[in-house]
Design a protein around this ligand. Structure first.
Ligand code: COA
Length: 162
């Protein structure tokens, strides 16, 4: 498996992979909107041996008391799930974000899944957002957070996601 940054020619394939993973177009359309408005910062694809896109992850800029990204959505083609692609995409995206100088990544998801990558719900509990709760987690890319409380907001297109 090969991972690399999204290229313009990948856009249709990414839309198809995200749609297949979620079983609806909403998250795929969200990826398009985040890209269009420039909120998407890190967008990685996984490729199989035939260079077909098998997975995708997007990280977009957030309003937060420090330089933070939101990881969403994360998608793997249903037929290729549970073979490590999602994990490799998350780990690569975190490294990529750290290399770009971002301080933290928030995610809204299953603590059992994201905990293995160092995301922590307790560390996110001081941040207020409509998504606050046990599924909101944070990963401090620099080892510790400059502050542990404040208000955070995902990029505007997330508001239209049902
Ligand atoms: C979630 C998703 C990206 C995981 O990708 P993947 O390539 O299947 O994941 P990996 O193979 O790297 O990891 C598999 C591990 O995660 C676990 N796992 C997979 N999906 C999970 C989920 N939704 N919740 C909890 N654990 C999950 C598996 O049990 C497995 O655990 P194990 O290593 O202990 O056996 C993929 O299932 C997917 O696209 N789902 C639909 C879209 C979605 O829900 N995205 C996440 C929204 S935040």
């Amino acid at each position: 498996m090969h991972l690399r940054a999204e290229q313009p020619a990948d856009r249709a394939a990414i839309h198809a992979v995200v749609t297949a993973a979620f079983g609806r177009v909403d998250e795929a359309d969200l990826v398009d909107r985040l890209r269009e408005e420039g909120s998407g910062v890190v967008s990685l694809v996984s490729l199989d041996a035939d260079a077909a896109v098998t997975g995708h992850v997007l990280l977009s800029r957030m309003d937060a008391p420090f330089r933070a990204l939101g990881l969403a959505p994360l998608s793997v083609l249903p037929a290729r799930q549970r073979s490590g692609i999602g994990s490799q995409l998350v780990r690569a995206a975190l490294q990529y974000s750290k290399d770009l100088g971002w301080e933290a990544v928030f995610v809204l998801g299953d603590p059992q899944y994201y905990g293995r990558f160092g995301f922590n719900a307790e560390h996110a509990s001081g941040f207020s957002s409509p998504y606050a709760g046990p599924h909101l987690m944070i990963h401090a890319l620099t080892g510790s957070l400059p502050v542990s409380a404040g208000s955070i907001a995902y990029a505007r297109p997330f508001a239209s996601l049902g």
